[in-house]
Ligand binder design. Structure first.
Ligand code: NAD
Length: 248
């Protein structure tokens, strides 16, 4: 028996990187996959095909995670196609780095809306159906930067720290309904998001990582699989860092 057999997972921002790895890992364990993307229809189509090849149902939806009305439309469509949503991964995220003296209001708003408001947008829509089906698992992708702070990332760190408070509160509200809510806080993971860092900066970061390397998207996906499945049936309101020991 696969770990997620018969479940439906909704994953935001899955056309590449960590979201894509989560979609593939969940599908391998039998979950049907609804995922969102923002712009790359080609990549979304390619992922749909990869997921179908694993023998599950999969649909990619173009949907801006920052938009409340788009989230409402998205979840209605997903429920029409899949009937229930058992697992949600709020993964969509962006950076707009700048020192506070130079940070624009737009950079602040874009990051807060995409990284934090997005989780509110989706959770508002899925909680009622999850209550009806008497359970669910919500996983919000934060960052160790949300725990430690980082110069040049006040907007990003605030959004990721906000996700932690949001998730812990949600866990308290929804525990009695058997809906579990947890946070995954990745460290440095090799994706497009970290691709732009210079080799020098990367080497500097690696010095502080006890495991001595960057993580892979699938290493984050495997922790999400644990939180999505019944292996973690008694785990809620927790932050699990996937960072090679960086914050230990
Ligand atoms: P990525 O840039 O490769 O992927 C981000 C995904 O989110 C993309 O598919 C993008 O299209 C999507 N997205 C962005 N804005 C969106 C929007 N408004 N609506 C819908 N989708 C949107 O980055 P990644 O490294 O895979 O990051 C995934 C998550 O992990 C993010 O929340 C990020 O903050 C977090 N994270 C990443 C790292 C890392 O080192 N890569 C570390 C800590 C946390």
């Amino acid at each position: 028996m696969k770990l997620l057999e018969g479940k439906t997972a909704l994953i935001t921002g899955a056309s590449r990187g960590i979201g894509q790895a989560i979609a593939l890992r969940f599908a391998e364990q039998g979950a049907h996959i609804a995922f969102t993307y923002l712009s790359s229809a080609e990549k979304a189509m390619a992922l749909e095909n990869q997921l179908h090849a694993q023998g599950v149902r999969a649909i990619g939806y173009r949907s801006d995670a920052a938009s409340f009305t788009e989230a409402e439309k998205l979840v209605n469509n997903v429920l029409m196609e899949f009937q229930h949503v058992d697992i949600v991964v709020n993964n969509a995220g962006i950076t707009r780095d700048n020192l506070i003296l130079r940070m624009s209001e737009q950079q602040w708003d874009e990051v807060l809306n995409t990284n934090l408001k997005s989780a509110f947008n989706i959770c508002k829509q899925v909680i009622r159906p999850m209550m009806k089906s008497r359970g669910g698992s919500i996983i919000n992708i934060s960052s160790i930067v949300g725990l430690t702070g980082n110069a040049g990332q006040t907007n990003y760190a605030a959004s990721k720290a906000g996700l932690i408070g949001f998730t812990k509160s949600l866990a308290k509200e929804l525990g009695s309904r058997n809906i579990r809510c947890n946070v995954v806080a990745p460290g440095f993971i090799e994706t497009d998001m970290t691709h732009g860092l210079t080799e020098e900066v990367k080497a500097q970061y690696i010095k502080n990582i006890p495991l001595g390397r960057y993580g892979s998207p699938d290493e984050v996906a495997r922790v999400c699989l644990f939180l999505a499945s019944d292996l973690s049936a008694y785990v809620t309101g927790q932050v699990l860092s996937v960072c090679g020991g960086l914050n230990s």
